[in-house]
Ligand binder design. Structure first.
Ligand code: SF4
Ligand code: SF4
Ligand code: SF4
Length: 259
């Protein structure tokens, strides 16, 4: 996918949201130091969270945040895909389904009855999934929320005509390069060994174990990792809870056996 701004004018960008908290779009707005430079080279065609005048596609790049949880959202993401040359899944909800995919393991019908006075059948509630269960995704920008520097890196790559490259290593690599103390060695449940890098080991940097918000690293040895956690006397319940926290609907995790 090649975009050369000097040849084609400004990059036409859409920033849109499905079911989520809106935090990843907020990270784009939090790019204050570079935001004015960016709008010199991109045209924000459709960004309802930030502007009142918006247009439909076509777009060069669409950043879509949030998981797909209703029939209406399936239609929306299919239409966005048709209108976009390059589709970025923005954040862990869009990449894997996010925190709300925990509900995929529960009894939604029972929850409807508990929450609503009637049977709740008017509520359209499908299992919460990432975008790629319905459309092709060109780039997965992981994290809950995403890392601001990755937003700039991806846009810069596209602006100079390069396809952005994801990282193919774990949070532990970034953690060790920064020489932070290893929390797993202290017996704490740190998901760094199985989690995609890209956050600069933000949590271990402040002595907090990684919760795995960037999802499973593609070459992670889950079996060995779980064995190590058990050797450290971490309970099966705690291990399962951690895998179910942010990316429980990732294909590698959804049928994970911990026992
Ligand atoms: S990935 Fe996290 S911060 Fe981003 S929209 Fe989803 S819940 Fe919010
Ligand atoms: S603290 Fe966590 S991320 Fe850092 S090296 Fe240890 S296990 Fe890996
Ligand atoms: S250290 Fe883990 S939980 Fe913290 S931001 Fe990075 S991937 Fe997410």
């Amino acid at each position: 996918m090649i975009f050369l701004v000097s040849d084609k004018g400004k990059l036409k960008v859409a920033i849109l949201g499905l079911t989520c908290c809106g935090g990843c779009q907020l990270e784009i707005l939090n790019l204050e130091p570079v935001l004015l430079d960016l709008v010199e080279v991109i045209e924000l065609v459709n960004f309802p969270e930030a502007q009142s005048e918006n247009k439909d596609g076509p777009y060069d790049v669409a950043f879509v945040e949030g998981s797909v949880t209703t029939r209406e959202e399936i239609e929306r993401i299919k239409n966005i895909r048709k209108e976009s040359k390059f589709l970025v899944a923005l954040g862990t909800c869009a990449c894997y389904g996010g925190v709300q995919s925990i509900r995929n393991f529960g009894d939604v019908e029972e929850a409807r009855k508990q929450v609503y006075d009637d049977d709740g059948s008017h509520i359209d509630a499908l299992p919460a999934t990432g975008l790629d269960e319905h459309v092709n995704v060109d780039y997965y920008m992981r994290g809950c929320p995403v890392d601001r520097s990755e937003i700039v890196d991806v846009l810069t790559s596209l602006l100079i005509g390069k396809t952005p490259e994801p990282k193919h290593y774990s949070v532990c690599v970034e953690c060790k390069l920064a020489e932070y103390a290893c929390l797993l060695n202290e017996g704490k449940l740190c998901m760094g060994p199985v989690t995609n890098a890209g956050c600069k080991a933000r949590c271990p940097a402040v002595s907090v174990p990684c919760d795995g918000c960037r999802g499973p690293y593609d070459q992670a040895n889950l079996e060995s990792f779980i064995e190590i956690l058990k050797e450290k006397k971490i309970s099966v319940e705690d291990i399962l809870r951690k895998f179910r926290m942010y990316t429980s609907w990732a294909p590698q995790y959804r049928n994970l056996k911990v026992i």
